[in-house]
Design a protein around this ligand. Structure first.
Ligand SMILES: *Cc1c(COP(=O)(O)O)cnc(C)c1O
Length: 436
């Protein structure tokens, strides 16, 4: 399959270059030239995530040098549990837990898949440059740590991530460098985009992006929506509707693509925090990016969601987007209240991002709530956000073993100004001789 730029001014690209280059040469994002359509029988017998992913992603890999490795890539990268569990006390409602990977957030699926792909592609040396709102950086570092020939540079907003996320961003050493940027996530994202707009810089360092603008992260995310919706239909005969905590729109876009590929999915509701660029767009039809504001669901503090260009490319225009997804914004107070209410009612401890989606579920019109099977997507383990969640539930959260191991390591990040020349200096300095 070939991949096209959302800006429409670049030649179609092969999968290999879509994976290695963050942006198309015209500054757009790569999208598949078409989405394959699957029938019921096509995915019969596939239950485990790696199997579903192999079947689902085969058309995208067809004709690429990675096609023959897809089974292995999916097996290496996606062997992470993604259970669909009932939400206690809420008939017809479920939670899709995507936080059982090494860094306890859904970003592990995409980051590991991308790393598995890139490590199988020919390249002399490569620098993976990543802006993170908290969870991407850790997942990408975990996926690329100690892979020879690859240098990883993480940029995160100072004060914009939880203390445990900061720890998880700075604890790697070896081939991973961590930059703490005086600015917001959007500033970090703008720095990365700026670096990628400099063709000479990109070539000199073999810059590759592992942000959610990279297709290699989006494609595998379709597989857990496929696996969960197929499993639910097998068990109950009914399709599901998803409520997706949304920031940069990568996770939700994968859900939209999965539905378009024929998966048994009805409604897709985007749950955002007080950064309401998307809800405004659906209301007004005008895309008006704004500065991000800090909320308790910090990994979703995005004022200029990057993947909007892809959703628009898919849906055509504002009416198309409205026909495709709905969106609801949730206030900071409602997030905190939801963490408390969910804990009280079901004993479930939700991370603040998952709480955004749980709130949207709670506020659905009664008829709609009753008519459909709803799945709330749980994007991170609450232990990553202990400073927000523990005071609300009045107790401590057990830390998963893999996360605990990272929290034990010493951490280091270099504080920098949000300026492209400063980032370029850090890049040029090279990674030789650096340690934590
Ligand atoms: C990244 C992230 C999100 C937002 O996902 P997008 O793909 O950026 O919309 C939500 N929750 C958590 C915990 C995250 O880390």
């Amino acid at each position: 399959m070939q991949f096209l730029s959302t800006s429409g001014g670049a030649p179609a690209a092969r999968l290999e270059s879509a994976l290695q280059n963050a942006l198309a040469p015209d500054g757009g994002l790569y999208v598949p030239e078409s989405l394959p359509r699957f029938d019921r029988s096509d995915l019969e017998g596939c239950e485990r995530l790696p199997e579903v992913a192999t079947r689902l992603l085969a058309p995208f890999f067809a004709g690429s040098t990675l096609a023959s490795s897809l089974t292995e890539i999916a097996g290496d990268a996606l062997d992470i549990p993604a259970p669909l569990v009932p939400l206690d006390g809420q008939p017809g409602a479920h939670v899709l837990e995507l936080y059982h990977g090494p860094t306890a957030a859904f970003k592990d699926f995409g980051a590991r898949f991308l790393a598995a792909c890139l490590s199988r592609l020919e390249s002399k040396r490569r620098t993976v440059l990543v802006a993170t709102s908290g969870d991407t950086g850790g997942a990408v570092a975990a996926a690329f740590h100690r892979r020879t020939g690859t240098r990883v540079i993480l940029l995160y907003p100072a004060g914009g991530v939880s203390p445990r996320q900061a720890q998880q961003l700075g604890c790697w050493g070896d081939n991973v460098e961590t930059l703490c940027v005086r600015g917001t996530f959007d500033d970090c994202q703008a720095l990365v985009t700026g670096a990628f707009s400099d063709a000479a810089l990109v070539a000199r360092h073999g810059l590759a992006s592992a942000n959610s603008i990279n297709l290699g992260r989006l494609l595998p995310q379709t597989s857990y929506y496929a696996a969960a919706s197929l499993a639910h239909r097998r068990a109950s005969g009914r399709p599901v509707s998803f409520i997706v905590p949304t920031g940069n729109l990568g996770n939700a876009l994968a859900c939209v693509w999965a539905r378009a590929m024929g998966m048994p999915i009805e409604e897709i509701v985007l749950a955002t925090n007080a950064n309401h660029t998307i809800t405004d767009y659906l209301r007004t039809g005008h895309w008006q990016p704004r500065a991000s504001i800090a909320t308790p669901a910090s990994a979703m503090d995005v004022g200029n969601p990057n993947n909007m260009a892809r959703l628009l490319a898919f849906a055509g225009d504002a009416d198309g987007v409205r026909g495709c997804v709905r969106a609801q914004a949730v206030s900071d107070d409602a997030i905190r209240d939801e963490i408390a209410s969910t804990f009280r009612e079901s004993g479930r401890i939700a991370c603040p991002h998952t709480a955004v989606a749980l709130r949207v579920l709670r506020e659905l019109p009664a008829q709609e709530r009753a008519d459909r099977e709803w799945v709330v997507v749980a994007t991170a383990h609450p232990a990553k956000f202990d400073t927000v969640v523990e005071p609300i539930i009045g107790g401590t959260i057990a830390v998963p073993d893999t996360l605990a191991a990272l929290l034990d390591q010493p951490a280091h990040a270099e504080l920098i100004d949000a300026r492209l020349d400063v980032l370029v200096t850090a890049l040029e300095r090279g990674s030789q001789g650096r340690s934590r």
